[in-house]
Design a protein around this ligand. Structure first.
Ligand code: TRP
Length: 337
C-alpha cells in the first residue's frame, strides 16, 4: 500500500481541478468535464477548486475568485459530477498543500521553471513581461504538490498540461530518492481524447479571458445568439458557394458534439461542394448542442435553488480532502525531519 491511501481492490485515485476565475464553458466540457463524469464510475475522483492557484494571476482581484466558486460548483454539478462519488475540495481549505509546495520547491531549479512551456505561453498571454510574480512563476510546483498530496495516480489533462505532469513525476521521484521510500506517488497523465475546441470567433482556443466562449450556464437565447453569430468561412458568401470545412469552427464543434459521424460527414461534403448555407449548418449545430446542454441547464436550475447545500458539499469535501493531504504530509515530515 503506497501512501497509505490506496490498497488492493480500491479504486485508483484521480485529481483534477480548475481555477475559479470564471464560469466553465464548452471547451471545458469537451476537454475535461466529460472525462471526469466518465471517470467517477471507476475511480475515486477529487476535484480541486483551485482558488490559491487562481490568486497567482488574480491576486489584485480576489473577489473574482470568491464570486466564481459557487458558479464553478454549479457547473460541476450540472454536468453530472455526482456528489456521492466525487469529492469537491477548496484549495485554500487545505494549507498542507502550501506546506508541501515549500518542500518541493527545493527540488526544482529556477532555470527549469523558466523553460516550462506552459508557463512561458501564459507569461506572454498575461502580459507580465519581465515582471512575473514569483507566486505565478512557481505555480507548477504548487500543482505538483496538489497532485502528490492527494496521492493521485491519474490526472486527466489537455496537451498543454503535459509538462506539468512531467514536472510532478520528476519531483516525486526526486523526493523519494533523496528522503527514502515511496512517500510521494508519480502520477500518470490521462490525455484528453478530443482536440481543443476553438473559440466562437475561430481563435485556436476558447477562453474565458478571450471573450469567445459559450458557457454551460448560458441561457438558450444566449447560446442561440452566440452560435448564429459564429465565425465560419469568410469566403463563403452565398449558400451556393463552395465552403471551407478546415478551420471552420462550426464543423469542429459538430465533430465534438454530434454523435452522428456519418451525418456530419455528409454535411461537410455538401458544404464543400456548395449549396449548403451557414445558417442551416448553425441551426443544426444549435439543435445538437441543445440536446446536451438542455439537461445540463435543468440540473443547474435544480441545484441553484439551494446554494447553501451546494456550498456544504464543498465544505464537507474540503474536510475529507484535508484528511487525505494531512496523511501525506505526516509521512512527508517524517521522511524529512
Ligand atoms: N491548473 C489547473 C487550471 O489551470 C488547476 C489545477 C490546480 C489543477 N491544481 C491542479 C489541475 C491539480 C489538475 C491537478 O485550471
Amino acid at each position: 500500500m503506497l501512501n497509505g491511501v490506496s490498497g488492493a481492490g480500491e479504486k485508483p485515485r484521480v485529481l483534477t481541478g480548475d481555477r475559479p476565475t470564471g464560469r466553465l464553458h464548452l471547451g471545458h466540457l469537451v476537454g475535461s468535464l466529460r472525462a471526469r463524469v466518465a471517470l467517477q464510475e471507476s475511480h475515486e475522483v477529487f476535484v480541486l477548486v483551485a482558488d490559491v492557484q487562481g490568486l497567482t494571476d488574480h491576486f489584485e482581484r480576489p473577489g473574482v475568485l470568491r464570486r466564481h466558486i459557487p458558479e464553478v460548483m454549479l457547473d460541476y454539478l450540472s454536468v453530472g459530477l455526482d456528489p456521492a462519488k466525487v469529492t469537491f475540495v477548496q484549495q485554500s481549505g487545505v494549507p498542507e498543500l502550501a506546506e508541501l509546495t515549500m518542500y518541493l520547491l527545493n527540488l526544482v531549479t529556477v532555470s527549469k521553471l523558466r523553460q516550462n512551456p506552459t508557463v512561458k505561453t501564459e507569461v506572454a498571454q498575461k502580459g507580465f513581461g519581465a515582471a512575473v510574480p514569483a507566486g505565478f512563476f512557481i505555480y507548477p510546483v504548487a500543482q505538483a504538490a496538489d497532485i502528490t498530496a492527494f496521492g493521485a495516480q491519474v490526472v486527466p489533462v489537455g496537451e498543454d498540461q503535459l509538462p506539468m505532469l512531467e514536472l510532478t513525476r520528476e519531483v516525486a521521484r526526486r523526493f523519494n530518492l533523496l528522503y527514502g521510500g515511496e512517500v510521494l506517488r508519480a502520477p500518470q497523465a490521462l490525455l484528453s481524447a478530443s482536440p481543443r475546441l476553438p473559440g466562437l470567433d475561430g481563435n485556436a482556443k476558447m477562453g474565458k479571458s478571450l471573450g469567445n466562449a459559450a458557457y454551460l450556464s448560458d441561457t438558450q437565447a444566449e447560446l442561440r445568439r452566440k452560435i448564429m453569430g459564429m465565425f465560419t468561412d469568410p469566403a463563403h458568401l452565398r449558400a451556393s458557394d463552395p465552403g471551407r470545412v478546415e478551420g471552420n469552427p462550426v464543423f469542429t464543434y459538430l465533430d465534438a458534439f454530434d454523435p452522428d459521424v456519418a451525418r456530419v460527414q455528409a454535411l461537410k461534403e455538401h458544404y464543400r461542394a456548395g449549396g449548403l448555407g451557414d445558417v442551416v449548418v448553425k441551426k443544426h449545430l444549435l439543435d445538437t448542442l441543445e440536446a446536451e446542454l438542455g439537461p445540463i441547464r435543468e440540473r443547474r436550475v435544480g441545484y441553484a435553488q439551494d446554494p447553501q447545500a451546494v456550498m456544504k458539499l464543498l465544505r464537507d469535501g474540503t474536510a475529507r480532502g484535508r484528511e487525505v493531504a494531512a496523511g501525506t504530509l505526516t509521512r512527508v515530515r517524517a521522511a524529512l525531519f
